[in-house]
Design a protein around this ligand. Structure first.
Ligand code: UD1
Length: 437
């Protein structure tokens, strides 16, 4: 298993608890030395795999991360009738025989990116049936912007409701009900029905630069009739990578000096061989984990140009970091006055949890302000159990258009240093001293 702790010599065991849930148990507490290579980007892989259904002929995607989300996306592609072959990190998709337009089943409900098949299916087939998307519990995560944008391209919608009233069942406890609800919704295939008699270009302005809504708009527009303009679209590197992939297949997409996206629809897209770039979030998690343990680590294949804000924060924390991926730090790290997450090129919300763990090892009080997802401080609850994060203050998000919440952190104990070594996305630490993830 390619985890940082494993490669760099931390004791790490995959165990199964009494509740039959697998967890990692890590005993750390020493500086890290060594090197690690960053895998391909998950957030680029998922929309690009969905984009493979646009056009016929095989698309060969190299450097795919070997993760469940990719497997779930492959299951969706197979369900739609694509022929899919996975050999190591290479996935080949041929949508030549694809004829289905409906996605159902547990894979689709499990990952939020299943919603990207909405735009892709509309672009390919002119209609789509997709379930309400799943995803991590980091906020309300609505899809209104996706639907509004697609309407501008001539798409109409209906919703398919779930007939089972498990949400309001007073006998269920709220947590169990949430899980139950998901399962039943998937079973009875509640979701969105979309169709168009003429998919055409249009002018789209997004209220917030949603990554998913931008990608869905692009996927629907590349083969639509005429020109599309997307104002206030997301600028995340993964959106750019989706555009690069589509351009390599013959799509006509450009950005103007105001970062508006212009798309001129083409009749069809050609086969391609494409290599995914490195995952900036995984890379950033490695840098933070390495810095918060002290020592010297080389993170290979680092997409340095995409991590400027993290480099800035790491340097403010007293770490030395170079664009070739070498990070050196002596403990204790320094606290940072405030880090505010924001859409790209701001500090990535996906690196907020690893940063939080790293700041727990810093000397003094730090503050993090989350502005993208209103419910993304669950890691603080887990770190607090480990004696790391102070409860500090939390300001509720005023509204979803301007979500903002902040937390303060102070140094607590050596256990935080151990925990932060493996804190990249660790959301369920369950023990003191030795960490279980
Ligand atoms: C993507 C990334 C995720 C990352 C996030 C923000 C993938 C697979 N996931 O998620 O890792 O954390 O971008 O960088 O690429 N919003 C609405 N209405 C909508 C859509 C979004 O109000 O229709 C809001 C969300 O609630 C959130 C904000 O917009 O507050 C940003 O969400 P968005 O950029 O859409 O995130 P995702 O595409 O879901």
């Amino acid at each position: 298993m390619d985890t940082l702790a494993h490669i760099l010599g931390y004791h790490e065991y995959l165990r199964t608890g009494e509740d039959h849930v697998a967890y990692l148990e890590i005993t750390g507490g020493k500086p890290l030395y060594g090197e690690i290579t960053v895998q391909g980007s998950k957030n680029a892989a998922l929309p690009i795999l969905a984009a493979c259904i646009l056009g016929n002929g095989p698309c060969l995607i190299e450097n795919c991360p070997q993760i469940q989300d990719v497997d779930d996306t492959i299951a969706i592609l197979t369900m739609l009738g694509c022929s899919v072959k996975k050999e190591g990190r290479t996935v080949t998709v041929n949508a030549g025989e694809m004829e289905k337009t409906a996605i159902c089943g547990s894979e689709a409900g499990r990952i939020r990116s299943s919603i990207l098949f909405l735009g892709a299916l509309l672009g390919r087939m002119g209609k789509a049936e997709v379930p309400y998307p799943g995803g991590c519990a980091i906020g309300s995560r609505p899809i209104d912007l996706h639907l509004q944008a697609l309407k501008k391209l001539g798409v109409y919608f209906d919703t398919k409701e779930c007939g089972i009233s498990c949400v309001s069942d007073p006998l269920e406890d709220p947590d169990a009900c949430g899980l139950q609800k998901d399962r039943k919704i998937q079973d009875c295939r509640a979701g969105i029905l979309a169709g168009t008699s003429h998919l055409h270009g249009g002018s789209i302005t997004l209220d917030v630069p949603s990554v998913g809504a931008t990608e869905n708009s692009i996927l629907a527009a590349v083969c639509a009739d005429g020109e599309t303009l997307i104002r206030h679209g997301a600028m995340e590197p993964e959106v750019e990578e989706l555009c690069d992939f589509l351009r390599a297949r013959g799509a006509r997409i450009s950005r103007d000096e105001d970062q508006n996206i212009h798309i001129c629809g083409v009749k069809t897209l050609s086969p391609v061989r494409y290599r995914l770039r490195a995952d900036r979030i995984v890379a950033g998690s490695y840098l933070l984990a390495a810095a918060s343990c002290g020592g010297c680590v080389c993170v290979r294949n680092l997409p340095a140009g995409q991590l400027d804000t993290l480099f800035d924060v790491l340097r403010r924390m007293g770490a030395e970091v170079s664009t070739d991926g070498v990070v050196r730090a002596a403990l204790p790290l320094l606290a940072v006055h405030e880090v505010r997450t924001a859409p790209y090129p701001g500090f990535p919300t996906d690196l907020q949890s690893p940063l939080m763990a790293a700041l727990c090892t810093a000397k003094g009080i730090s503050r993090i302000r989350e502005t993208v997802f209103e419910n993304r401080f669950q890691t603080a609850v887990q770190l607090k159990k480990n004696g790391s994060a102070d409860s500090g203050e939390r300001q509720p998000c005023p509204n979803r258009r301007n979500p903002s919440a902040s937390r303060r952190f102070r140094e607590r104990s050596g256990s935080a240093r151990r925990g932060s070594a493996c804190a990249g996305g660790a959301d369920s630490m369950r023990a003191h001293g030795t960490w279980r993830i």
